[in-house]
Design a protein. Sequence first.
Length: 256
Amino acid sequence: MTQTQSGPKIRIEKVSYAYEGKPALRDVTIDVPAHAISVFFGPAGGGKTTLLRLINRLNDVVEGTHMSGRVLLDGQDIYAPGMDVIQLRRRVGMVFALPLPLPGTIRENVLYGPELAGVRDRTRLEELLSRSLTQAALWDEVKDRLDNPASALSGGQQQRLCIARSLALEPEVLLLDEPTSGLDPISTGKVEESLYELKQNYTIVIVPHSTQQAARVADYAAFFLMGELIEHQPGTEIFTTPRQQRTEDYVTGRFG
């Protein structure tokens, strides 16, 4: 995996974005450091998921949109002409709120991406399989039933399988959009524990399903409101002020 020696892994630079003329993001500038968990949080409609999707160009197919500003990955503008979007999405994986395992076995789910990318060596594929499932905190639970249907896994296991599927492509960045919103507390805890390990090797950006989760996992946290970035601080600092107070401070003009 390629990592920069200095500077942020991702830089969002004066990004504004609108759907059919309705602003979703307004002049957002934020740096996302490597090997850390960055959290985008705030009230619904704040632009968090929109920004997440812009980082690997998932909104390219959405009609009636307009974007200005730049999104840089290792200093390279990912919206520049000639950018290989397929290669970009290999470098920047994404996991969604609803677990969506592919038809087929656990093994086939994890190895789908590498095989599609042309990996044929069985030793290499087995290495990717075991490592990705281990990193997603799922290996011990499924190592004896890798050829069973993925659909037979519990919801929490399916979500960790989706994380493993993304990791099998060896991305540099992992984006997670409310990945535990439908999970029970035990499954949520397992996913969160896996994030702590993953940040040693990956840059993680997550939209959490609650402020409590944001406070638990964030190395850095960015608070969004009505499409604007209100504040961005280390997680240990930003959560000392209740969200309600931050919102009230914004409305009364403190954040100008």
